[in-house]
Design a protein around this ligand. Sequence first.
Ligand SMILES: Cc1cn([C@H]2C[C@H](O)[C@@H](COP(=O)(O)OP(=O)(O)OP(=O)(O)O)O2)c(=O)[nH]c1=O
Length: 204
Amino acid sequence: MHSFVYLASQSPRRSQLLEQIGIAHRLLVAQDHDPEPQDPEALEQVLPRESATDYVQRVTGLKLDAAIARLQRRGLEQAPILCSDTTVSLGRHILGKPESQEQAREMLQALSGKTHRVLTAVALQSGRKRLTSLSVSSVEFAVMDSAQIDAYVASGEPMGKAGAYGVQGRAAAYIARISGSYSGIMGLPVFETANVLRAAGFAI
Ligand SMILES: Cc1cn([C@H]2C[C@H](O)[C@@H](COP(=O)(O)OP(=O)(O)OP(=O)(O)O)O2)c(=O)[nH]c1=O
């Protein structure tokens, strides 16, 4: 049995959610003095005609490959590695993390009064085995007027979040309904994550 998992993520929410199910973990993230061979922005590029489902699973796989290389480069103790990626899809559009406040405003205008999907893929490398799972949720946003959007953007919360909002934050005031996984929308679907960890021999 494994005593811990590496979590290859900068996201404090993912670490919190893993903690929630009592999984001991160590962070395995890129460091400034250890430049990654692949630029993280290039890693998150959407390919032409790629579906949101394909995209989120492909990016998760690339993040995991980068994390495996990182573990080897640093000569760290061997243990399973977990990572995940979250993306928002509205119709045929994929909404990543906003690059500016203006872009955050545009994303929120697009989501206002509509239902979108949030996809979170998880992937675990345990020895030669790769276990993956995908969580898909629907989120119904109430109408947000432009003053409400401006105030929300000014709060700073949209930055660093796919779709420019956080279900766990102030945006909850505009979320009329969700169907799926609350933790998946936050960034790490706890049920699916527990399943892949169990399949790799963790006691949960
Ligand atoms: C939709 C939504 C997204 N998010 C966050 C989850 C993710 O952290 C982020 C999507 O970006 P990701 O690229 O999935 O992850 P990340 O870059 O933050 O972290 P990592 O180091 O693991 O690659 O958006 C929320 O926190 N709440 C929400 O309601």
